[in-house]
Design a protein around this ligand. Sequence first.
Ligand SMILES: Cc1ncc(COP(=O)(O)O)c(C=O)c1O
Length: 328
Amino acid sequence: MRIDSLPRFRLAHLPTPLEELKTLTRELDGPELLIKRDDQTGLALGGNKTRKLEFLVGEALAQGADTLVTAGAAQSNHCRQTAAAAAKAGLKCELILNGRKPDVPNGNLLLDQLLGASEHWIERPQRPAKLRDLPEQLRAQGRKPYVIGVGGSNGVGATGYVVAMLELAEQLRARQQRVDHIVFGTSSGGTQAGVVLGARLAGFSGQLLGLSIDKGEPELEAYEEEVAQIANECAEYIGSAERFSQKDVRVVYGYLGEGYGVVGDLEREAIRMMARCEGIILDPVYAGRAFGALIDLVRKGMFKRGETVLFWHTGGAPALFAYAKELA
Ligand SMILES: Cc1ncc(COP(=O)(O)O)c(C=O)c1O
């Protein structure tokens, strides 16, 4: 393994805290609940993308890039964190965003602008073409773009979550704490791929459960396969001989409500419960939905009393302010 010699641009405050959710554990009357606070990674209000960007920006700088190009939803946490990483690394940032530019920017979009990113607004189906054309245009102007795919979910980005899983394993070892299940939201797959690979490298034997944010049953097998492929790409990147197939990846679906980015009762209850019981802020799209799913799984008895479940908070709270109407 050669993680220590890979290009890496430090962005995150590590290790992120590992905390007990004592009141919620009592309230839900099920397994013991822990939380890993990757909402506290420290870069421009934090989140899981910080860890991926350490390796992506590391590679961009090693290749002599002067611009980061990426794409996402208008309230993309990945775009906000990429804009912040670019600012810190002295790079320009070009964001390809879905939809129409709103009159008043809010949430992540406001932060994108404060962080100095340029915006390119497109309709969602135009995204692949724009991701090809914009870098070409920048090259024609003499710029050196480094393109980060949606969510930073490739072998390079997933390396951040291999490191994260090794970090968690060390925290658990130091506390002599056993964890039976680790659960987290999963969407473009890089977080899960890194966790799956990191768990194998760390010898973690508990269950790893991705809670699907935007894919339903028909797409599930293909998604699990995609996560396994990212894990394999990552293993190759870090010089590990480990390999994965779809059966090594577990994703739970059934919590999509009205679709991606639409807040329903599940997310509202989860956000309020976490805030009122623990003083911790979830987000409306990812961690809110994932924790809502976890609450439901606890109520359905999926985890035994006496077991310990760790919820990995992947950040995203800036989007809350764009959802004030749905949440107030
Ligand atoms: C806050 C938050 N949590 C979870 C995820 C999902 O992570 P991944 O795309 O690596 O599956 C994202 C992705 O955008 C996110 O912004």
